[in-house]
Design a protein around this ligand. Sequence first.
Ligand code: SF4
Length: 522
Amino acid sequence: MPESEMTNDIRVVFSGQESDDLSGWQPGLHPMDILLRGERLPHIWCQGCGLGTALTTFIGALQWLEKNRGWNLDKVSVVSGIGCTGRVAGYVRLDSFHTTHGRALPFATGLKLANPELKVVVISGDGDIAGIGGNHFIHAARRNLDITVICVNNFNYGMTGGQVGPTTPHGARAVTSQYGNFEDPFNLPYLAAAGGASFMARWTVLHARRLEWTLREAMLHPGFSFVEIIAPCSTSYARWNPEGQGLDPQKLRRRGLEIMKHYQKVGKIAHGTHPKDASIKVDDQGLITEIVEGIFIDEPKPELQDSINRQAEVAKKRWAQTQKALEDRPRLSERADHVPRTEVQLGGFGGQGIMSAGRIIGQAATIYDKLEACFTQSYGPEARGGAAGSQVVIDSNPIHHPHLIEANSAIIMSQEAYVKYVPQLAAGGILLIDEGLVSLAEDHCKEIKTYGIPATRLAEELGNVRAANSVMLGFWSAIVGVISKAAMRQSLADSVPSKTVEANLKAFEMGYEKGLEVGSHL
Ligand code: SF4
């Protein structure tokens, strides 16, 4: 908007008649009582602080939306982070969440995505939103998620004693910048605009009525809306800076009032100002000399949920095409009998041959038994001795999902692997444990068919402890019976060092025989 058109006129968006209608008000009850948690009052805010006005305008806007736009306030959720402003979440009688420092936006994002019906409003301070949570702020703006962010900017970390924050003006004093802040502050509306927000505005708490109207607009705006509220911090910030100088430090209320007068002097209402030109001007002492106020940007833009829904439609169509292509794909399996999807989990520690055992099963299935198979593996951070797991999926049909959904059988050779993998085993599944290394939990599921094999001890007796996995493979092969014995033997012989082939095949046979002995119990 050109300078000549910038006036102090109120941009009347809603009829004042509607907003001021207090019919329904009962004597003895404050009109806002219904949305305040009286049991949490008195509040913790200092005398002369601007947060009370910020909260009042927010509640006023909500009540107006309930009355005039039919909003169900049970569907409004307030999220805040840490700091003086963060207390708002505790004072409003709505579903509200007081989260960890800087994390209000991720929390709000999750809330909104999980329940798109909710109107989610984040109310937090400048330190929380632009400092600790600054990265979340720009990304939430970029996504244009349909939430409203109200940032009460009092130019410092007030609650912790008045340290320099990301919006402290250049030259202003704070408890950690006694000779004046040497950093440049963020211009928050410009930051939101650069991120991609589709609505942004700024008011001081002096302009309470206009602020309330703007909050209504912001909350009605589809997409990411941002409102910065400039508010006095009469205790922590004002005592160091010219706006509050010369005042009795005990008279905080008076100090807040002086700051409001200052806002009146330096405030300049200019709707439509490009946020880039809306930085807060200061002199070399950090005294604020101009605060541009108004609604800077209010434009339509596809919001995140719409974009997600559109992409989901595209994905559904593509998946239908892919599914057809997969169904039409020639079967690679040449085995006459049909093998349904079979999932095997193997677990132990590094050095036991858990990965090799999984690969031997997969290789036996694909190369020698002409089935389809997928093999995946996961390691702990240690090279040897750490947790190790491998997974195999076997099927006659093409395998569309390579990871396990619910294992049918498991070969477990360490206690850690037992704890980690057995809960993922299907009820009625088959569990083989190396009984010298694994003990069953007291609440071990009785529906799992469990077999203890002294694999490590048997391998030791054969003179090669590292063949314990081959004992387990032999037992698994006999019990599960999905892959032919010949295929397993061949795959095993291909996979181990030539000088250990004989020992491993012997170990496999030993396990296989033991499996046949108990197999009749299945
Ligand atoms: S420390 Fe500042 S922001 Fe916090 S309650 Fe007191 S005056 Fe308000």
